[in-house]
Write a protein that binds this ligand. Structure first.
Ligand SMILES: Nc1nc2c(ncn2[C@@H]2O[C@H](COP(=O)(O)OP(=O)(O)OP(=O)(O)O)[C@@H](O)[C@H]2O)c(=O)[nH]1
Ligand SMILES: [Mg+2]
Length: 210
């Protein structure tokens, strides 16, 4: 298997014990954080890339409540599976607690190489996605985009339309749409390209805001 579970960060109180400067649980491999709306397919993508059923997947939004770290052996990096934002049934307080937790992790981890922002291929970035993207560009964390569930776009014309709309939205957010990957965890379309893109230290086509 190309992946191995490392550690779970349950809440803010555990942050200092797990993330120390450039190290997560004593390991120094660069981190890639999976960021995105709840149910967009972050955990599924990790399973498809790393092999097996490492991360819990559910059609019920809000499945991932903690930050789980996995060693992605193929490319020698650590992937952080983050709880998704914006699922309807969570209370205001709960949402605030999550946001604070995720933000604290993203700001604290000095070994964070890239935030991979997952966007649903059918919808493009929502208002909450744009807020998350703005936050990331503000912190200076490099960003790449992954359009997930590309298998749900059935026709050539639908794919072309969605790509045009998504490209426009990313341009408006200040990013180059050429840097986005289109993938399906279900059919595995685009996964090889994504792995290649994330593989090298300098190979990641980093979407630095221009
Ligand atoms: N059609 C299709 N469905 C997918 C794909 N990837 C994930 N799903 C489905 O989307 C749902 C949510 O997937 P998860 O991977 O749990 O989503 P998540 O982003 O980790 O969600 P949270 O943990 O709530 O943040 C599940 O029912 C998956 O089976 C895909 O590539 N294609
Ligand atoms: Mg998840």
């Amino acid at each position: 298997m190309a992946g191995e579970f490392l550690v779970t960060l349950g809440d803010l109180s555990q942050l200092a014990g797990v993330v120390k400067g450039r190290f997560v649980k004593g390991r120094g491999e660069p981190r890639i954080a999976m960021v995105g709306r709840s149910n967009v397919g972050k955990s599924s993508l990790i399973n498809s890339l790393l092999g097996g059923r490492l991360a819990q997947v559910s059609n019920q939004p809000g499945k991932t409540r903690c930050i789980h770290f996995y060693h992605w052996k193929n490319i020698g990096k650590i992937v952080a599976d983050l709880p998704g934002y914006g699922f309807a049934r969570s209370s205001h307080d709960e949402r605030e607690r999550w946001e604070k937790f995720i933000r604290a992790y993203l700001e604290e981890d000095e070994g964070l190489e890239l935030a991979l922002v997952l966007l649903d291929a059918r919808h493009g970035p929502t208002a909450l996605d744009l807020e998350a993207i703005r936050f990331l560009s503000f912190t200076g964390i490099p960003v790449n985009f992954v359009f997930s569930k590309a298998d749900t776009l059935k026709t050539q014309s639908e794919r072309a339309l969605r790509r045009r709309e998504a490209g426009q939205a990313l341009r408006e957010a200040g990013y180059d749409p050429e840097l986005a990957f289109w993938v399906s965890s279900k059919t595995r379309d685009g996964l090889k390209e994504l792995e290649r893109g994330l593989g090298g230290a300098s190979a990641a086509p980093v979407g630095v805001k221009g």
